[in-house]
Design a protein around this ligand. Structure first.
Ligand code: 4AD
Ligand code: MG
Length: 431
């Protein structure tokens, strides 16, 4: 008998097939039994009908508990009333393992309970939809850089000798008696790779020991980081806009069902088309002052301020040219106003906040060395990085897009903890 995945049942109408999965739910009504089986690609209803009460198929059915693993066999039927549009006429049920009392029931559970059962929570239909959207977003990112833009993927190391994004959020580890840190960003290595390969990107996990307990922060998150030689800030912003538009279109094209399951308002996503609105840091401060925020030039634009700005627009918002003092050491100053950096953030609409951070990088050796010293960074660990400014230095730029915040926005999920399979949260590393 042919083993078929539920999402492919439509190609097997009228055939006898086998589905291998788990019991999602079941109910009986008189002489009919309904078994809902999920197999990771979907949920199908399987029905059995019998005149006799004591029929062996019914006995097997009655012993099944929620999440028991089963193999079912029967004929595929089109049925508009069934969930998914197809049904299986049950001929045989083979229990694989009868599950003990499953801890996650249809009643409401608290988040702490669900997070502690993340290994099982992943099976529920909303989490399933989020994981499929996450996968689609990752695939779109890869297709964008590989196929559309012809970038070369270069993997950055995870164990690193120095900080990239500030020394306060480093996870330290012992490296044969020396200190090493889990990577906060692959950027510095991408700068080296861009000088070798022109346009490159890395895509991997990054780590921040952020003492933040917000809906936007994880200790371990995935980031895609393009870097391009000879790119200026304007090119960089355009690439970011292009990427975000591409991702949203792709998810709308291929993950409608999942977006529906999550009750996502897709009209809002359909509006995400270039050009995106842009405002400078200077303008942002003026807008925020008018709105009554207690903020002045030079202050950080925090989460609440970001939300207030982004809510003014239906599309992602580009904020650019932040004060150099509040940004990373490697950012190129604005030649017209050196107190500003050639940097930008992209904020997702609907209050989801920053999804991208990027900039032009310092290409002058002396200035970079000065910044490394001002920031009390270990000069020795940055020798190789300074070398890039000695041997054919060129203007270059790049950015990082955080996968989990992007998934949260596109899937319409409030907290990033549900957008990664096994989130690492402040003080929480189980399961
Ligand atoms: O703005 P960030 O810190 O920029 C960089 O790391 C640059 N080196 C990237 C580059 O230019 N190559 O981080 C980039 C993005 C943020 O916009 C956000 O989406 C995500 O990474 N991010 C986080 N996501 C979840 N939890 C955290 N703690 C995050 N910190 C950053
Ligand atoms: Mg940032």
């Amino acid at each position: 008998m042919k083993w078929v995945y539920i999402e492919d049942l439509k190609e097997h109408v009228g055939e006898e097939v086998e589905v291998r999965g788990w019991v999602y739910n079941k109910r009986s009504s008189g002489r009919v039994r309904f078994l809902l089986v999920r197999d990771g690609t979907g949920i199908v209803q399987a029905t059995a009908w019998s005149r006799e009460k004591d029929n062996p198929l019914f006995r097997t059915f009655d012993a099944l508990t929620q999440e028991s693993s089963v193999i079912i066999r029967g004929k595929v039927k089109e049925d508009k009333r069934a969930p998914g549009g197809y049904e299986i006429e049950l001929r045989e049920i083979v229990p694989v393992q009868i599950a003990e009392d499953y801890p996650i029931t249809p009643k409401e559970h608290g988040v702490a309970f669900l997070m502690a059962h993340r290994h099982l929570w992943l099976r529920s239909s909303k989490q399933h939809a989020i994981m499929r959207i996450r996968h689609e977003i990752i695939r779109a990112i890869r297709d964008f850089f590989d196929e559309e833009k012809k970038f070369t993927l270069v993997d950055a190391p995870i164990l690193t000798p120095a900080a990239c994004e500030g020394t306060t959020t480093l996870f330290e580890t012992d490296y044969f008696g020396e200190k090493a840190y889990l990577s906060q960003s692959g950027q510095l290595y991408m700068e080296a790779a861009a000088m070798a390969l022109g346009k490159v990107y890395c895509f991997g996990p990054t780590f921040r020991a952020e003492k933040s307990k917000t809906r936007r922060h994880l200790m371990e998150f995935w980031m895609v980081e393009p870097e391009v030689a000879y790119f200026r800030l304007e090119d960089d912003i355009q690439l970011a806009e292009d990427l975000v538009e591409f991702i949203v279109k792709r998810v709308l094209e291929r993950r409608r069902k999942e977006l529906e399951k999550l009750e996502r308002d897709v009209n809002k996503l359909e509006k995400v088309e270039r050009p995106f609105p842009r405002i400078s840091y200077d303008e942002a401060i003026e807008i925020l002052k008018k709105e009554g925020f207690d903020i002045k030039w030079g202050d950080e634009i925090g989460g609440d301020e970001e939300t207030a700005l982004a809510l003014k627009f239906e599309k992602p918002l580009v904020l650019h040219r932040f004060p150099a003092a509040q940004k990373a050491f490697y950012m190129e100053p604005d030649p017209e106003r050196p107190e500003l950096s050639l940097s930008f953030d992209m904020l997702a609409p609907e209050g989801y906040g920053e999804i991208i951070g990027g900039s032009e990088r310092i290409s002058d050796y002396d200035l970079l060395l000065k910044r490394i010293r001002e920031n009390n960074l270990p000069e020795e660990a940055f020798r190789w990085y300074l070398d890039l400014r000695k041997y054919g230095s060129v203007p270059h730029a790049g950015f990082g897009l955080g996968v989990e915040r992007t998934v949260a926005w596109i899937a319409g999920v409030k907290h990033v903890r549900e957008t990664i399979p096994f989130p690492r949260l402040l003080y929480k590393i189980y399961p």
